[in-house]
Design a protein around this ligand. Sequence first.
Ligand SMILES: Nc1ncnc2c1ncn2[C@@H]1O[C@H](COP(=O)(O)OP(=O)(O)OP(=O)(O)O)[C@@H](O)[C@H]1O
Ligand SMILES: [Mg+2]
Length: 276
Amino acid sequence: MAGPYIVVLGNEKGGTGKSTIAMHLIVSLLKGGATVASIDTDARQGTLTRYIANRTKTAEAHKIVMPVHTPLFCSNNTDTTKARGEDEVQLTKVIENFSSYDYVVIDTPGNNTFLSRMAHSIADTIITPLNDSFIDLDMLIKLESGAIENLRPSVYAEMVWEQKKEKAKRTGGSIDWIVLRNRLGSLFSKNREEMRKILESLAKRVGFRLLSGFCERVIFKELFIKGTTLLDLHETEVAMTLSHVAARQELHELVDALQLPIQKKQQYRERGAAVA
Ligand SMILES: Nc1ncnc2c1ncn2[C@@H]1O[C@H](COP(=O)(O)OP(=O)(O)OP(=O)(O)O)[C@@H](O)[C@H]1O
Ligand SMILES: [Mg+2]
């Protein structure tokens, strides 16, 4: 593989699980034996950066895998053209520094910044987590009078298309865009089924692959404080509950479905120990 494989977590809707999923993906890839660097282009909010700082503290007492991490702040130059130039230089330099890594995982903010757009344009895979609500769906696709035939892309979907074109023009490469349903209710509900139908019918037209992520689970809030993930429970001596086992299974299924190049070959070494 020439250069690192770049995975970007993006959605202009805030709080959909980008940083949480970024951390889980990073640990999953590291545990699969890949070398992984991470970039937080949302350093102002800094959730992924704080997640990793919390993890660094936990790593003093427990043997857990760590990525190499860089937070990036958007340029605060008041001249927009200069600010863009500075952002371009800083992102390009960091990616160059990580050229020997297998993967670079980039977290982006829940709003539109130049750094975030640039990150999207260099992605090999974009993962867009989406909560199961029509408000979140509206941030992706505008459904005029609720009819699928009348859909029009939201600014975020247009931005992804733009970056796909940009990448094709620049490198001839493509971007695998994945929309990931997150925080699913564990029980069957009418709303959940309705969302599934709409998203499935939109996937082809809008150009994304639809995957299921995680059910709504309290554990994600607890893990952040320690900087750990569902894959670190054994190392950090947390007793596994049935809910943990189910959540890990969701993660394994998600990582498999991403079809990332290296992890695909290694077929997820850790799986055998998932319920150990
Ligand atoms: N499957 C889930 N179940 C329960 N809580 C979740 C789940 N996924 C994420 N969360 C929680 O949702 C909140 C938002 O998650 P996160 O910070 O990862 O989202 P984000 O998209 O990165 O937000 P932002 O746009 O603000 O950067 C956090 O409190 C996180 O713990
Ligand atoms: Mg975030």
